[in-house]
Design a binder for this molecule. Sequence first.
Ligand code: OAD
Length: 229
Amino acid sequence: MKKIVVLTGAGISAESGISTFRDSDGLWEQYRVEDVATPEGYAKDKALVLDFYNQRRRQLATVKPNEGHRQLVRLEEFYDVQIVTQNVDNLHEQAGSKNVLHLHGELTKARSERDSNLIVDIGYSDIHLGDKAPDGTQLRPHIVWFGEAVPNIEPAAQLCEVCDYFIVVGTSMNVYPAAGLIHYVPRTSPCYLVDPKAVTVSRNITVIQEKAGTGVKKVVDELIELAKK
Ligand code: OAD
């Protein structure tokens, strides 16, 4: 089977009711990114940051995957599909995608403040001040904040290096290293981009300027036709 890598961002979850990051004046659900998505913000006010992610997690418990997530699952009958997502929600998994690599962490997990490899599943529960990881340190959200390392970027780059097709859905391609993954894709592998806004990408790419709910289906239909030939 040929290999497809799909890089997704906040836009694929927009039609499920989750806000994107850069479509509302640089604020994320009324908070400044520096306050809630940096180690400095966490050091300054842990309670505020824990509460912020508790709210995101509670919201996640109430939303469902949309047509964009679901269409990607159809590809698995014909291709070896790997989703690489910048999203911290679990909507790809809920839709049924088998291989999902999270670059920026996962809301339904928490980790030790001291050991980033000590990760625990918390489902949709809140994290409170005083909740401890198995090593006795405060639990923090399993989220990659700005200024922190992105451990999954290496396996993601390796997947991109050998993919036959690359699909980008709903990301402004503003945040590195995720936005740089496209440069690992072989020049001979066709790339597609689904986004209602014009997104600048410095390589030859087929653009479907539509929302994920309709745009992803067009790419998926085309790739399934190609696989059947
Ligand atoms: P952005 O908010 O930067 O970009 C969202 C993209 O989705 C934009 O290009 C929108 O035009 C597009 N979009 C909006 N509605 C859409 C829809 N219905 N269908 C398809 N696309 C739509 O979000 P990301 O690129 O994901 O990091 O942001 C990257 C990272 O920056 C995030 O993972 C997060 C953030 O700060 C961390 O939290 C570490």
